[in-house]
Design a protein around this ligand. Structure first.
Ligand code: NAD
Ligand code: IPM
Ligand code: MN
Length: 375
């Protein structure tokens, strides 16, 4: 019997509802496939912050680092200013553990209709490889009441510690905001190699890069050039560079035409929501934040305050995150069992499907049903 220690951060809104179902299904898989999980649960999120003022203490980061992996529901709540919890918890975790890959597979299920018409038998099987530490997520910026800026900044990453000063003046006196992005050769190199290696593993001969060098030439012109340079290491895989606007258009028209999609951080965020919609809903989109230290698995979706507490949350994304997590820690049979259970469940009686997919099953019922399919 193998034992694992998994950090569990349910978070806000539907985060706790969907992660409870993921835990349920992992427990069922453990019983069947001979492993045991010790869940180390953390209370961080809006309720904890509103009560204590604490966001994510350094001591928790140290403790989490000792776990085999982490499962996160979602963070963010209308009672807290946007960014406080999202940057303070989620992005801090990604940066602290240098989780430089955000891997977001998007697969269609035979029994779940795609909102755009796919030719008979055509399926979506693509995966977003999103750079997860740079771009416009550096957190470097300021808002100024009088249009002048003079503020030191620091951005700590696994690869470097960026220090500088944000100095600018619009001349006239009006409120203004500035925020800058950054991309580096080592940052682009590691995610690009990951994407090309993944394409190779999937037996594909193309990687599509979401870019926008025509409008944002310094950042994305550099991205194109650096990506082209690395692509030469893979003579059998073609690099296709596409402007992200055109990519969104083509994704909605011919989603099945895409395999590995390589994205800088911000475009990857947007493209992965679009792909989730194309496979049937945000409640199906799983993802992993992968690095060489602690990796963290969380759905593409957020805390969905509009449906929190109603039972409408679809926990399949969180359950598929748990499958990715099991695969990551080496329990590949358990991971396959969870994936197979989800597919069998979704192929079953339509009225028992999640509410998001037009059925009647609330989050708990979905979790119970998927757990029953585990074998
Ligand atoms: P969201 O993903 O929470 O919700 C978008 C829409 O999709 C909503 O209508 C919601 O009801 C629906 N939806 C999402 N997940 C669903 C599920 N599992 N089942 C059924 N329907 C689902 O995006 P938002 O509304 O922009 O964000 C809400 C909060 O979540 C914000 O505070 C945001 O910052 C945060 N957020 C957190 C994460 C994360 O923790 N990983 C990701 C995205 C957004
Ligand atoms: C996601 C989320 C986060 C992101 C937010 C909450 C900071 O949208 O994980 O997709 O932009 O990465
Ligand atoms: Mn997002």
């Amino acid at each position: 019997m193998k034992n694992y220690s998994i950090a569990l951060l349910p978070g806000d809104g539907i985060g706790s509802e969907v992660s409870a179902e993921a835990v349920k299904v992992v427990e069922a898989a453990g019983k069947c496939h001979g492993f045991k999980i010790e869940w180390v649960e953390y209370p961080f999120g809006a309720a904890h912050y509103n009560k204590t003022g604490e966001i994510l203490p350094a001591s928790a980061l140290d403790e989490m680092g000792k776990c085999d992996a982490m499962l996160l529901g979602a963070v963010g709540d209308p009672s807290v200013k946007p960014g406080v919890l999202e940057r303070g918890i989620l992005l801090t975790l990604r940066f602290h553990f240098d989780q430089y890959i955000n891997l977001r597979p998007a697969r269609s299920f035979e029994s779940v209709p795609c909102p755009v018409s796919l030719k008979d038998g055509v399926t979506i099987d693509s995966v977003v490889v999103r750079e997860n530490t740079e771009d416009f997520y550096m957190g470097i910026g300021a808002v100024s009441e009088d249009g002048s800026f003079n503020k030191p900044f620091e951005a700590k990453r696994g690869l470097y510690n960026l220090l500088g000063n944000l100095e600018a003046d619009f001349g006239d006196r009006f409120p203004a905001a500035l925020q800058i992005g950054a991309l580096t050769r080592p940052g682009i190199e590691r995610v690009t190699r990951y994407a090309f290696d993944l394409a190779k593993k999937r037996g594909e001969n193309k990687v599509t890069l979401a870019s926008k060098a025509n409008a944002v030439p310094f950042l994305y012109g550099f991205l194109d050039d650096e990506t082209k340079r690395i692509a030469k290491e893979y003579p059998n895989i073609e690099l296709k560079i596409q402007n992200v606007d055109a990519m969104c258009y083509q994704l909605a028209r011919t989603p099945a035409a895409y395999g590995v999609i390589l994205c800088p951080n911000l475009f990857g965020d947007i493209v992965s929501d679009l792909l989730s919609a194309l496979t049937g809903g945000l409640g199906l989109g799983a993802g992993g934040n992968i690095g060489d230290k602690l990796s963290m698995f969380e759905p593409v979706h957020g805390s969905a305050p509009d449906i929190a507490g109603t039972g409408k949350a679809n926990p399949i994304a969180a359950i598929l995150c748990a499958a990715m997590m099991l695969d990551h820690i080496g329990e590949s049979a358990g991971a396959k069992a969870v994936e197979a259970a989800v597919s069998s469940y979704l192929a079953g009686d339509a009225s028992e499907k999640p509410i998001e997919l037009g059925g009647n099953a609330n989050a708990q019922t979905v979790g119970d049903s998927v757990a029953r399919y585990i074998s």
